[in-house]
Design a protein around this ligand. Structure first.
Ligand code: G3I
Length: 388
């Protein structure tokens, strides 16, 4: 992770941390035990030459209060992303008021633990404070006013963590499955131009930071084609884009691995890297047609779509572990072009999927269970990658 003296004094960068970071880079040897002890190898150790393995943290975890989760994060992960505390509604609740308390705490957790840190997310139609795109009468502001507000937001947030945050989800979920643009306030006022502007402002605020576009359901051909056009537009205009975040809110069978591979290929062919962001695999019945993560798509609770309140049946657990293993095999096959794989939460009990798209379900989408124990796929991955 980059450490520079340009940090604005909000985060404590200590020399020992840098020394520790260099020590952690010492090469390991091919076995399931850490060469310096009998300590079993961990995900970040076996994946260290493949891609960053990240995890989304909530504020209970970045504050250190969720000690069981923090132990897992320190042991198995080398990148963290803020699940919520950097979203505009949290960090910039009023036009002239920022609230960095939880974001600073999150970044400090990353620095203290020598983790790569990802910022999520600068421009998103959801979790957007009511003031951002309208005037005092609730009418859309002019393009010029919105540009100024976007620039102020991005300069202030990105600038605060300049040299510490590795990369940013600059724009999130701006394109629909059919390839059309989501008719958000940003799009209503600025058209497609809001995306290049956001990337330009982010780059101006931290020229070293990696910049990503992040979305879900990108295996839909229409969406994928528009994302590729976006990549081409940014590159043609000389605006930095390093990668596309493919949110991994998946089912046990949907989407097919081939569709995921085709999407990776299209993005790599367009000249960017891929990040598997927000990975969670739900074994629960998918009550909606298109899956994904559109927060507006919610369903009423029905017992029949919450079948595993007392735990996963063995056959479902086997199917889930095999699916997750197949996904990681795909990621490993593409590791030259994948910068990071991020889990959208530490353990099953933390997952947003327990309440989306149906509130109050018991889901099992992550690598660690409700008792903070690693699932079989974690052991299989470590074993498989330790044999090289
Ligand atoms: O912090 C408030 C708390 O004060 C209040 O008491 C509580 C009850 O209303 O709500 C809390 O805020 C919630 C927040 O999570 C923190 O728990 C919001 O209501 C809730 O909407 C928010 O949900 C998050 C959602 O994004 C919307 O921001 C999920 O945790 C988070 O996993 C989810 O993540 C998104 C990615 O950012 C983008 N991609 C899709 C993904 C899933 O929607």
């Amino acid at each position: 992770m980059k450490k520079t003296s340009t940090i604005t004094g909000h985060v404590d960068l200590s020399i020992p941390a840098i020394v520790l970071c260099l020590l952690l880079l010492l090469p390991g040897c091919g076995n399931t035990k850490n060469e310096h002890s009998n300590h079993p190898k961990t995900l970040k150790e076996v994946l260290k030459d493949k891609f960053l393995i990240g995890v989304a943290l909530n504020s209970r975890q970045s504050s250190g209060n969720d000690t069981a989760a923090v132990r897992i994060v320190k042991e198995h992960f080398n990148d963290i992303v803020a699940e919520n505390c950097m979203k505009s509604i949290e960090i910039h609740p009023e036009e002239n008021r920022y609230n960095f308390t939880q974001a600073d705490e999150f970044v400090q957790f990353g620095v203290d633990n020598n983790l790569s840190i990802t910022g999520h997310c600068l421009i998103w139609h959801s979790q957007l404070p009511a003031w951002f795109c309208v005037d005092e009468n609730g009418e859309n502001v002019s393009p010029e006013v919105l540009k100024e507000r976007m620039k102020d937001h991005i300069y202030t947030v990105v600038g605060r963590y300049k040299g510490v945050i590795r990369g940013w989800d600059v724009v999130n979920e701006a394109i629909l499955e059919d390839g059309s643009y989501r008719e958000s306030k940003f799009y209503e006022i600025l058209g497609e131009e809001f995306i290049p502007l956001a990337f330009q402002y982010a780059h101006e605020a931290d020229p070293e930071a990696e910049l990503y576009y992040n979305d879900y359901n990108e295996w839909y051909p229409g969406k994928r084609e528009t994302v590729v056009r976006l990549i081409n537009t940014l590159k043609k205009r000389g605006i930095r884009i390093d990668g596309i975040g493919m949110q991994g809110h998946l089912g046990v069978t949907n989407p097919a691995l081939e569709a995921y591979q085709e999407t990776i290929d299209d993005y790599v062919n367009a000249g960017v890297k891929v990040l598997i962001t927000e990975l969670d695999v739900s074994p629960l019945p998918e009550p909606r047609r298109i899956g994904g993560a559109n927060l507006a798509d919610r369903e009423a609770y029905r017992k029949e779509i919450d079948p595993y309140t007392d735990g996963l049946p063995e056959d479902v657990a086997i199917e889930w572990n095999n699916r997750m293993m197949d996904l990681f095999d795909l990621f490993l096959k593409n590791s030259d072009n994948i910068l990071r794989v991020t889990m959208w939460g530490v353990s099953d009990g933390d997952s947003w999927k327990n309440n989306f798209p149906v509130s109050g379900r018991t889901d099992y989408p992550l690598l660690f269970d409700r008792d903070h124990q690693p699932k079989e796929v974690v052991t299989r991955l470590i074993q498989q990658l330790s044999e090289y």
